[in-house]
Write a protein that binds this ligand. Structure first.
Ligand code: PLP
Length: 456
C-alpha cells in the first residue's frame, strides 16, 4: 500500500474551537501581530513548536498512574535510568526538568572565559548557556547546510575542515568539548550522518576533547541514517541510535521532543568525576538525583516515550507526514528549505513574498497571513528573531527569512495536514496583497517573544 496511515487509533479527543476569519482578524490585532500572544484556544492548527506538544500513548498514561513519587530511589527513576542507560550506553543518567537545565549544569562545570565550544549548529538555549559562562559558541555547519534550496541527504553535518582548523588553532585546554546537534534544529531539522558523527569524534579525540550530542531528536536522526546512508538498511532504529551514542562521551537531552513527553530531560555522562560534580549542581537547583525536578510519573512517561519513539511504524508515519506537507508545497511552487526536515517544514518567506523587504519582516507577515486565513499558528525565523540593530541603530537583517511549520508528534491527522496545504495555497493566490509589518514595540532581547507589530 502506498498510503502510510497513522499507526494509532484515537481514544480521547480534545475539541478544536472553530473560528471565523473576522474573529481571527480581531485576535491578531489584539495580539499585536505576534503569534506568541495569541491564546492557544484561538488556534485551529498549532504549529508553533514540536516541543512538549506530543500526544502521549495509553502505555504512557498507564505509567503516569504507576508513578512512584518517593523522594529518593523511586521505582520510576530506576525504570527511567534503565531505559536511558540501555539507549545511550552511558554510565551516569541525571534527570532534569528540561533540556536547558542539563545544558546549564554541563556548561557551568566545563565552560569558562577564553574557551570555545564548536557545534554543527548550537540551539539557541545551548548558545545562551555557553555564552552565560563567558565562553564562545561557534557554529560550523557544512556548506550544503547553508544553501536552502539544495537537496542533500545530510545538510545538518559538521564542517570537518573548519572543526580541524578550530581545534588546531585553539591550543590545549581551550575547547572543553565538541557538540553535535542531532537532528540540527536551528539548521532546518536536517540530519547528521553516522560518518560525520564518527569523523567528528575522531577529530575531537585526536585532540583529547570529548564529544557530546545534543540528542533531542536522536530517533528522527536515526531514521534518516537508515534511509539515506550506506550500510544501515537492515539495522533497527535502536541499533542505529545506539551506534550514534557510542561515539559520544555524554549528551544533553530534552524529553519534550523525541521523548514523546510533555516535560523533562536528562544529562548523560561517562566521566565519573564530572558526573559527581554535576550531581551536586543538580541537587542545588533541580532536586535529588533520582528525580531531578520531575515527578515520578514524568519519569515513567519519558521511559516509555523513549522506547515508543523507536517504533518503526511510528517513525515511518512521523517522517512521512512532514514530507507530505513539504512535497505538496514544493509541487505548488511554494519555496521551502529542501529537503523537509524531521520535525518541521520551513517556508522561505523571503522568496514567497519578494515584494516585502526584510525590514518589513516577510516571515512575520506570512505568519500573520497563515493565522488570518486558516487559524494556523507558526513561528518566524528571520529578521524578527535574528535581525539586529547596528551601532547607529540601523536595521541589520537575518541571513534568511523563514517561517517554521513544526509538526507536533501524534497530534494531527492527515486531513489536518491537507488543510494546512490548502490554506497556504490559498494565501499563494493573493500573496502580492500581503503587506509588511513594523514594530509597534520592540523588545530589547529575544524580541520574537514579546515585541508587538502593526501593518507597515
Ligand atoms: C528544545 C531544544 C533544546 C532545549 O530543550 P528544552 O527542553 O526546551 O529546554 C536544546 N537543543 C535542541 C536542539 C532543542 O531542540
Amino acid at each position: 500500500m502506498k498510503t502510510i496511515i497513522e499507526p494509532f487509533r484515537i481514544k480521547m479527543v480534545e475539541p478544536i474551537r472553530m473560528t471565523t476569519k473576522r474573529e481571527r482578524a480581531l485576535v491578531l490585532e489584539k495580539a499585536g501581530y505576534n503569534p506568541f500572544f495569541i491564546p492557544a484556544e484561538d488556534c485551529l492548527i498549532d504549529l508553533l513548536t514540536d516541543s512538549g506538544t506530543s500526544a502521549m500513548s495509553t502505555e504512557q498514561w498507564a505509567g503516569v498512574m504507576r508513578g512512584d513519587e518517593s523522594y529518593a530511589g523511586s521505582r520510576s527513576f530506576f525504570r527511567f535510568e534503565g531505559v536511558a542507560k540501555s539507549l545511550t550506553g552511558m554510565r551516569h543518567i541525571l534527570p532534569t526538568h528540561q533540556g536547558r537545565a542539563a545544558e546549564r549544569i554541563l556548561f557551568s562545570l566545563v565552560a569558562g572565559r577564553d574557551q570555545v565550544i564548536p557545534s554543527n549548529t548550537h540551539f539557541d538555549t545551548t548558545r545562551a548557556n555557553i555564552e552565560f559562562q563567558g565562553a564562545r559558541a561557534e557554529d560550523l555547519l557544512c556548506d550544503e547546510g547553508n544553501d536552502l534550496a539544495v537537496r542533500a541527504p545530510f545538510k545538518g553535518n559538521m564542517n570537518l575542515d573548519a572543526l580541524k582548523r578550530l581545534l588546531e588553532a585553539a591550543g590545549p585546554g581551550r575547547v572543553p568539548l565538541v557538540m553535535l546537534t542531532v537532528t540540527n534544529n536551528a539548521a532546518g531539522g536536517q540530519p547528521v550522518s553516522m560518518a560525520n558523527i564518527r569523523a567528528t569524534r575522531d577529530l575531537a579525540k585526536s585532540c583529547g576533547v570529548p564529544l557530546f550530542l545534543d540528542a533531542c531528536r536522536f530517533a528522527e536522526n536515526a531514521w534518516f541514517i537508515r534511509e539515506r546512508e550506506e550500510g544501515y538498511r537492515d539495522a533497527s532504529l535502536m541499533e542505529v541510535a545506539r551506534e550514534m551514542f557510542s561515539y559520544a562521551d555524554g549528551c544533553t537531552m530534552s524529553a519534550k521532543k523525541d521523548g514523546l513527553s510533555n516535560i523533562g530531560g536528562f544529562l548523560a555522562l561517562n566521566d565519573d568525576d564530572l558526573a559527581a560534580r554535576a550531581r551536586s549542581m543538580l541537587i542545588l537547583t533541580e532536586g535529588f538525583p533520582t528525580y531531578g525536578g520531575l515527578a515520578g510519573r514524568d519519569l515513567e512517561a519519558i521511559a516509555q516515550g523513549l522506547m515508543e519513539v523507536l517504533d518503526e511504524d511510528y517513525m515511518r508515519y512521523r517522517i512521512r507526514s512532514v514530507e507530505f506537507l513539504g512535497e505538496h508545497l514544493t509541487a505548488a511552487g511554494v519555496p521551502i528549505v529542501e529537503p523537509p526536515g524531521g520535525h518541521a517544514v520551513y517556508v522561505d518567506a523571503g522568496r514567497f513574498l519578494p515584494h516585502i523587504p526584510p525590514h518589513e519582516f516577510p516571515g512575520q507577515a506570512l505568519v500573520c497571513a497563515l493565522y488570518l486565513e486558516g487559524g494556523i499558528r507558526a513561528v518566524e525565523i528571520g529578521s524578527v528573531m535574528f535581525g539586529r540593530r547596528g551601532p547607529d541603530g540601523e536595521f541589520v537583517p537575518a541571513r534568511h527569512e523563514l517561517v517554521r511549520l513544526a509538526i507536533p508528534r501524534r497530534v494531527l491527522t492527515q486531513s489536518h495536514v491537507e488543510y494546512v496545504v490548502e490554506v497556504i495555497l490559498e494565501i499563494q493566490k493573493h500573496r502580492e496583497e500581503i503587506r509588511g509589518l513594523r514594530f509597534a514595540r520592540e523588545a530589547p532581547i529575544l524580541r520574537h517573544f514579546t515585541s508587538t507589530f502593526e501593518p507597515a
